[in-house]
Ligand binder design. Structure first.
Ligand SMILES: [Zn+2]
Length: 306
């Protein structure tokens, strides 16, 4: 009887022990897998270090050192790969704030009233930027600076950019980039080649690409994309004598094919997405603040301080 009881106890002990190791295996898998689901942070390793007493004991029973070493190696190995695919730019105090304007005009001439920023509003915005020491960069000059900077952009190349915007720009010594629709140049309501040439020579305005015909890029095949870019770039360069390396996607339309083809021609591409939503981005997807007619001075200042 005594023998039976002892053998029963031994069997029970063996079952309990095996259960305990099975639990240990489960916990080990969890702790090993954690870094793979989130390889981003060293804190995963820290969490393993500061794990509960139960888990520490389990780790001691199994080969805890190996488990933690392999965690560390996984984390270190996956970090560089992850960073290569990460956006290179971020919002920040000393990274330029890009702004998207269209027209500077007191009275709108069509129903898209929001596009028509009043001259007095534009002037007070430039006044704020100069008085607060902002550096004015062109769209092809995106870089981190040692003081706050802005990239003022105008899409489409409307005639008012010469008659209304350029005089205010000169008054403050500010700089702006105009994204031209190259085949619209010289048409009614758009800039002429002479105006483009004069503004470019002043050193205050850079002319960059907004395609040849303002096409919806996300719906074009590769041949059309290349034709739109090449035709526009060659015309603008012939008018200004300066190189074109920045693009604004018409209506903010693009997809993976557009990004891939655009990267053959441009160093910097600008979207219509808000920097409030896109805080990290690649040079091919730079967000811009929409500068509308009804933007209040407080909102403008909050953009600049974001
Ligand atoms: Zn446009």
């Amino acid at each position: 009887m005594k023998k039976t009881i002892i053998s029963f106890l031994l069997v029970m002990l063996s079952i309990l022990t095996s259960c305990s190791f099975r639990d240990a295996d489960v916990d080990k898998r969890v702790s090993v897998n954690e870094p793979e689901t989130d390889p981003s942070s060293v804190s995963v390793f820290d969490e393993t270090e500061s794990s509960s007493t139960t888990e520490s004991l389990i780790l001691e029973e199994s080969d805890s050192t190996d488990v933690r070493d392999s965690d560390t190696i996984d984390t270190v190995d996956t970090e560089p790969i992850r960073q290569e695919t990460e956006p290179q730019f971020q919002n920040g105090e000393f990274n330029p704030k890009a702004m998207m304007y269209h027209l500077i005009m007191e009275t709108p001439y069509n129903s898209l009233e929001a596009l028509f920023v009043r001259p007095s509003t534009f002037e007070s915005q430039l006044k704020y930027l100069t008085e607060n020491g902002y550096t004015f960069l062109f769209a092809d000059e995106w870089k981190t600076t040692d003081k706050p900077s802005v990239i003022i952009t105008f899409d489409d190349g409307y005639a008012d950019n010469y008659s209304n915007m350029f005089p205010i720009l000169k008054k403050y010594g500010a700089r702006a980039t105009i994204f031209l629709i190259s085949d619209f140049v010289g048409m009614d309501g758009y800039l002429t080649v002479d105006q483009i040439s004069e503004m470019s020579s002043s050193g205050l305005v850079s002319f960059q690409c907004h395609t040849a015909h303002h096409v919806d890029l996300a719906y074009q095949d590769e041949t059309t994309l290349r034709s739109e870019f090449e035709s526009s770039i060659s015309k603008i360069e012939s008018w200004t004598g300066k190189s074109v390396s920045a693009l604004a996607y018409p209506a903010g339309s693009y997809n993976d094919l557009v990004l891939s083809v655009a990267s053959d021609y441009f160093d910097y591409c600008y979207t219509t997405k808000s920097p409030y939503i896109v805080t990290e981005y690649s040079p091919l997807e730079i967000p811009r603040y929409y500068m509308g007619r009804d933007l209040t001075e407080d909102s403008f200042i909050s953009y600049m301080q974001y």
